[in-house]
Design a protein around this ligand. Sequence first.
Ligand code: SF4
Ligand code: SF4
Length: 333
Amino acid sequence: MTDMVQGRESLVRLLEGILAMPGVTVYAPVAEGDGAAFGRIGSASEALLDCSGVVRPPRQILAPMTEILLTVEPDGSTVDRVPAPEPMILFGARPCDSRAIAFLDRVYAGGDRIDPYYAARREALTIVSIGCREPRATCFCTSTGGGPLSREGSDILLEPSGEGWIVRVITDKGASLAGRAGLESPDERVPDPAVSPMAGEPRDLAVLRERLEKAFDDPRWEALTAKCLGCGACTFICPSCHCFDIVDGEEDGRIVRSRIWDSCQFKTFTRQASGHDPRPTGAERYRHRLMHKFSYCIESYGMPGCTGCGRCVEACPVNLDIRLLLDAFGGGK
Ligand code: SF4
Ligand code: SF4
């Protein structure tokens, strides 16, 4: 057993050992076009283990962009399509993405009503995160209550230390995987040689929330969000956004009910059958996104719906930077 992964070759060997475990599906950052996404891997050489800028977040593993929920067969019987996945391991998630999964857990499975489709996949998933040595220029996880070494959502965190990583086993699932992979946590009283990096200044989220609520009718929303195109890129690229639509269609004589991702930035998102739209302007839609993430989510789930991954900052075609809007309406720290 070891409590330290000593250097990159050891990290690759650890991943190879996990890939060799029978009956396990492994996801890791892989190349996709000009960027990277979390994809299923068959060998360690496919994994981009040094990549912190994964464009597509891992939420699609748990809540796919489209999924069939149920079918109604020609004889009228209903077939529920709740998945029964084999064990899955997400290797190399960054702490912001694992924290986003901890947030999604609260949304889909934290209350009285459990989403069985999400819950089945989540139960099968074990997350091995790699802490960040150097935040990207667009990262602000520390401002959202997390940080480059945040453990929330991870089952095991590999915490950077020198050229290697200290093994932090966090959950029972993590302990089970660690046992099979020959890993163990060091005594927590051993001082961390790693100095925790920060990504953005820490914010008092209660103060931020209060200021945002007070700024609800601020006339500056219009001007500050005027360039938004309503394309929805910021929401589709977000690890914690979770809005979806339900659509019914027909296929080979069966009725197929599917769930597809939706975006609060789309013009039709809140338009009602009568034609009334409670959020008819781009400014109101953008304000809703910010308020939802930093006020309503904290109220409903006890944490913000943003983990500061910075993807939306990089993806927005008109450079509308969520951090500037937070500064404008949320004030200083
Ligand atoms: S990515 Fe930018 S332009 Fe597109 S909806 Fe989001 S804020 Fe608006
Ligand atoms: S709102 Fe932007 S920075 Fe926050 S989690 Fe979503 S994509 Fe990342």
